[in-house]
Write a protein that binds this ligand. Structure first.
Ligand code: SF4
Ligand code: SF4
Length: 460
């Protein structure tokens, strides 16, 4: 007999809410039953009363107790298969590290934005060879080139951007482009040719007065009007645009105003235009984290302040990223405000595509990075693609093995199946290695979320 170590317990007086973090089951048990579960390793089946045997058989049916450790291992294997379901290999290519914006919160250093850098044709040829290697290694059919930077759409990057788009056609890959949108108009004729495989993501931080304080040019000038005009022109060309709003305490109050603005001017409703809400993260530990909000806090706030959110979501004009539900997938169905929105539970053993070996980044500095948030920091590279392809296999293997079932500190943690072991970039920046997680304290996050809906839990 083996009790499932992957469970969280939330006291509710005479009863306890028990969350099975491996399969997402939630139960309210009398405290005596929970104590039995705790004592299970010391109990001898032969000495048990009939009530105890019956109770254990119920716990078995809910996967809190297994016949053997091997049974638990099998379930973990299954969870791993779910976690590895991404079928697209992403290649993030930075044509340049230069950027014309000076957003105060940017995770990249403005030193690399100041310098003019640009991939050469020779470097790009070397990138293609590396892509061939990684694609074969991944065993995946589908691929995507993601144009990233610095700012990928600057006047001098156009020839390289064109070559990347041509290669995407040759390989039948999708194209993604994370742009600030400022020079988009100068690329529209080019991008229109690839619009069937292209997805543009443009960050807008809030309505004009907020955006213009944060998404600023190096001269300090705001950019809202020009970006909005460019988005409209892109839509006129039939190019899909995803406006990403990165949300934290500093702009959350203004997000409903921006959504209203997009409704009033008719952008929300135009084919190809979507708004994506995403929590601000600080994976490279640049700030104190004081302004960062949990996805769930953001979601609640938006649901209360955007009256049309349900309708917009239904029409897929507004996307709520799965990041918003991170850690609380299993328990979100207990929240009366989220019940309708609760997504089916899936274990989250692996934190992101980078540690799944599904994302590789190439910088103009000749380096290969496992995560795009680490670009321009050679101390964290996993190899070089130019002048010669040199992959530090052991570093790459470390990345691919960074998950909550393989990191020793995480493996025994009751939150492992809902956590994934946290962000690898964060661990690397904090500790200089991937031998330990930068702990997310996922269990505590679930507990504090349950505290916030405690009154509703009592009614269960
Ligand atoms: S390691 Fe993953 S979660 Fe962390 S910054 Fe990179 S992509 Fe994001
Ligand atoms: S990062 Fe922390 S909370 Fe997450 S699985 Fe590892 S030890 Fe547990």
């Amino acid at each position: 007999m083996h009790s499932n170590r992957y469970r969280l317990e939330y006291p509710l007086g005479q009863e306890t809410l028990v969350i099975n973090t491996l399969n997402g089951a939630i139960d309210v048990f009398p405290n005596e039953l929970v104590q039995l579960l705790h004592k299970l390793p010391e109990l001898n089946m032969a000495d048990m009363t009939r009530e105890q045997t019956e109770a254990i058989s119920y716990l078995k049916s809910r996967n809190y107790v297994y016949h053997s450790k091997a049974e638990e291992e099998q379930l973990l294997e299954k969870a791993m298969v779910f976690a590895r379901k991404t079928q697209v290999m992403q290649y993030v290519i930075c044509p340049t590290y230069t950027c014309n914006f000076r957003c105060p919160y940017c995770f990249e250093s403005h030193d690399i934005h100041d310098k003019i850098s640009l991939l050469t044709d020779e470097q790009l040829d070397a990138v293609w060879q590396a892509v061939e290697y990684f694609h074969q290694d991944s065993g995946l059919q589908q691929g995507m080139f993601n144009l990233f930077g610095g700012e990928p759409l600057l006047p001098f990057t156009r020839p390289i951007v064109e070559k990347i788009c041509e290669k995407a056609v040759e390989l039948d890959f999708k194209i993604g482009c994370n742009t600030n949108g400022f020079h988009l108009h100068a690329f529209l004729d080019l991008l229109t040719r690839y619009r069937d495989r292209l997805k543009l993501t443009i960050t807008v931080d809030g309505p004009e007065e907020i955006h213009d304080q944060r998404r600023i040019l190096s001269s300090g000038k705001g950019t809202f009007q020009r970006i909005e005009k460019n988005i409209e022109s892109a839509l006129d060309c039939g190019i899909s645009v995803l406006v990403r709003i990165n949300i934290d305490k500093t702009n959350i109050e203004t997000v409903p105003t921006l959504v209203e603005h997009y409704m009033d001017n008719g952008m929300l409703g135009r084919p190809g235009f979507k708004v994506h809400f995403a929590p601000v993260t600080d994976h490279t530990c640049q700030s104190t984290g004081d302004t960062i909000m949990q996805g769930i806090e953001i979601l609640r706030h938006l649901r209360r302040n955007i009256p049309t959110i349900d309708e917009l979501e239904k029409k897929e004009q507004v996307l709520v990223g799965s990041d918003m539900y991170r850690y609380i997938y299993a328990v979100s169905k207990l929240d009366p405000e989220l019940q309708q929105k609760a997504i089916p539970f899936l274990p989250n053993i692996v934190f992101c595509e980078s540690v799944q070996g599904r994302k590789i980044t190439f910088g103009p500095d000749n380096h290969i990075y496992a995560c795009a948030d680490l670009i321009g920091r050679p101390e964290f590279k996993i190899g070089d693609y130019y002048p010669d392809f040199q992959l530090k296999e052991w570093k790459w293997e470390k990345w691919k093995a960074f998950n909550s079932l393989t990191i020793p500190q995480c493996r025994g943690c009751s939150s492992a199946p809902i956590c994934g072991g946290g962000c690898a970039a964060e661990a690397l920046v904090t500790y200089g290695n991937l031998d330990q997680p930068h702990c997310t304290h996922a269990g505590e996050k679930v507990m504090s979320y349950l505290d916030s809906i405690r009154d509703d839990l009592i009614k269960i």
